[in-house]
Design a binder for this molecule. Structure first.
Ligand SMILES: Cc1cc2nc3c(=O)[nH]c(=O)nc-3n(C[C@H](O)[C@H](O)[C@H](O)COP(=O)(O)OP(=O)(O)OC[C@H]3O[C@@H](n4cnc5c(N)ncnc54)[C@H](O)[C@@H]3O)c2cc1C
Length: 284
């Protein structure tokens, strides 16, 4: 928190202004760009750097609202070291779940990967590495119903539901015959993907990929932060589904600032452009 506060103060010393509110809609076809905030205000700007990040998906299990950050986490590299000697659950079945499980196995006593089907979505190589690890087990055809604990005590247990044919929580809700089991664990890690915060960019010229991440104009080579919309740049987790780390996001923030500055210098402000433009014909 101290580092964030000091960063903010430094930015203010260089002239940055901060305004609170969530962007609900963006008009980026015409200059100035217009952003509508949840506060009812509108921001008008010549250039925009989108750095709204990506939110980890939550399972929807009972107890998760209270325990997120208190033993329930969405980031093993960040919080794994708090779970030395614990038994922990990883929820998910893709590459990131395998990565989280392998990382957590360095600290935890045991790691159980909870997956709703009997087959992993992860690549063969990642799945094999996890399967071959002595401290990693798999709970197949199993889903998380609830997490037990408190903000004082942290996570103390979890309720799991399983069915031999998969997708057990759907069956549980439909009243089918399923197995419900309580397990003692000291940590739960969600690894079921991220959702980029780009709802306000839907239906704008900013190009999004099939999962909603911003696509820059040279996405394959990471050579620019410019997007398909003039004057709109993107940095950090909102355009980077691969690394999603603080240091990579900060690096891209720096790239975006340089790109935006260069674009502003090479693009006259609308009033200056209007002054330089020849007078319009009556029919224009
Ligand atoms: C629990 C946890 C621990 C982590 N620990 C580490 C670590 O130890 N080391 C590391 O390198 N990385 C860590 N990470 C990853 C790191 O936090 C991210 O990669 C980094 O913060 C991404 O920066 P960003 O600026 O792209 O997005 P974010 O930091 O997510 O910032 C996006 C901001 O945009 C805001 N926003 C979203 N939508 C809107 C909107 N519509 N209007 C206005 N504002 C909006 C959000 O509220 C947020 O403030 C951790 C992540 C988590 C979840």
């Amino acid at each position: 928190m101290e580092l964030i506060q000091r960063g903010k103060e430094q930015a203010e010393r260089f002239g940055a202004e901060f305004q609170h509110g969530s962007i609900e809609a963006a008009e980026v076809e015409e200059r100035p760009l217009e952003l509508s905030l949840s506060t009812g205000e509108t921001i008008r700007t010549r250039a925009l750097i989108v750095a709204t990040g990506a939110s980890a998906r939550w399972v929807g299990a009972d107890g998760e609202e209270e325990l997120m950050g208190y033993g329930l986490s969405t980031c093993a590299t960040c919080d794994g070291a708090f779970h030395r000697g614990d038994d922990v659950l990883v929820i998910g079945g893709g590459d990131s779940a395998m990565e989280e499980a392998l990382f957590l196995a360095k600290f935890a006593d045991s790691v159980t990967v909870v997956h709703r089907r009997e087959e992993l979505r992860a690549s063969e190589i990642m799945a094999d590495r996890a399967r071959e690890h002595a401290d990693i087990e798999f709970a197949w055809n199993t889903e998380l119903l609830a997490i037990d604990g408190s903000q004082e005590a942290g996570v103390t247990g979890a309720r799991l539901v399983s069915h031999p044919e998969g997708y057990p929580s759907e069956r549980y809700e439909n009243g089918e015959d399923v197995t419900v089991e309580e397990v003692d664990v000291g940590g739960v890690f969600y690894a079921i993907g991220h959702e980029p915060n780009t709802a306000f960019l839907q239906d704008t010229p900013v190009e999004l990929d099939s999962d909603g991440y911003v696509r820059t104009t040279d996405a394959d080579s990471w050579a620019t932060t410019a997007t398909a919309a003039e004057g709109v740049f993107a940095a950090g987790d909102v355009m980077d589904r691969a690394y999603q780390q603080a240091v990579t996001a900060a690096g891209m923030g720096s790239m975006a600032a340089l790109d935006a500055e260069e674009w502003l210098e090479s693009t006259p402000a609308p009033s200056a452009a209007a002054a330089e433009a020849p007078p319009m014909e009556a029919d224009d």
